[in-house]
Design a protein around this ligand. Structure first.
Ligand SMILES: [Zn+2]
Ligand SMILES: [Zn+2]
Ligand SMILES: [Zn+2]
Length: 262
């Protein structure tokens, strides 16, 4: 399968509105970080190929246009924080044929039904509403096309949210702790994508060092960092990755980066 980082930025995005720091004024395009989101496409490039979105943040439409997105089979929601779901209305043109399955935890399905109440009410008729088919993802996972998808319960501060394992890829954005039972679901990974907000510790996100420490325990084939704030440039983060001396390749993600997962 092919994976594309649609966004790698923390909740306020980078550049931060009104900020003149060196990262926010950097001319390196890799320092422009839309809100965190991922696109997973199966090996077939035709209508039978899987096309799965993880989270739909405020820049979803721009991210989809940049990726040449034509269709979606499903959206996986990690949690209903604004930076992960407030672009959900923009799936509307992709729901003209059929409703789009939106998979989330039971609590987040209830939250999304409230947040997007206009989409489920009877008041507005005539194509102005996205056709969202909200579904609670079972603990044992689902299969979409040829891809096995497993929700991974992780802690985001005091809140239980989901990461996802898709075959040998694990995507854990917005994470401050991985419970032991979930660590056991993350063995044998080709690629681990992990929250690494900033070098300093934070109550609801992993720091760069904490992400490296988890990588050392999980030993994936390689690792990418995401949900990045404006404390470090991409080049500085690359320096931290080199200094980590992890026994597998590790790199910061950046918007538009694509790679294959075996
Ligand atoms: Zn977030
Ligand atoms: Zn800044
Ligand atoms: Zn969050």
């Amino acid at each position: 399968m092919r994976v594309r980082f649609l966004g790698t930025g923390t909740s306020h995005g980078v550049p931060v509105l009104g900020c003149a720091c060196p990262v926010c004024t950097s001319t390196d395009p890799r320092d422009r970080r839309y809100r965190t989101s991922l696109l997973i496409r199966g090996d077939r490039d035709d209508a039978a190929g899987e096309s799965i979105l993880v989270d739909a943040g405020p820049e979803f439409r721009l991210q989809g246009l940049a990726a040449g997105l034509q269709r979606l089979d499903a959206v996986l929601i990690t949690h209903a924080h604004a930076d992960h779901v407030h672009g959900l209305d923009d799936v509307r043109p992709l729901t003209r044929g059929n409703p789009l399955a939106i998979w989330a935890s039971e609590a987040d399905v209830a939250e999304l039904r409230l947040r997007f109440s206009y989409a489920f009410g009877s008041g507005q008729i005539g194509g102005g509403k996205p056709r969202l088919d909200l579904q609670v993802i079972p603990a044992g996972g689902i299969r979409i096309g040829r891809l096995d998808i497993l929700p991974i319960p992780i802690m985001h501060g005091a809140r239980l949210v989901y990461g996802y394992r898709i075959d040998r890829l694990a995507y854990l954005t917005d994470c401050s702790h991985i419970p032991p039972a979930s660590m056991a679901l993350l063995e044998g990974l080709d690629t681990l994508i992990l929250d690494a907000l900033r070098p300093r510790e934070h109550p609801t996100h992993l720091s760069t060092e904490q992400a490296f420490a988890l990588g050392r325990k999980l030993m994936p084939g390689r690792m990418f960092l995401t949900h990045l704030c404006h404390d470090q440039t991409h080049a500085q983060l690359e320096g931290l990755c080199t200094a980590s001396a992890l026994p597998f390749p590790v790199a910061p993600g950046y918007d538009g980066l694509e790679f294959e997962v075996q």
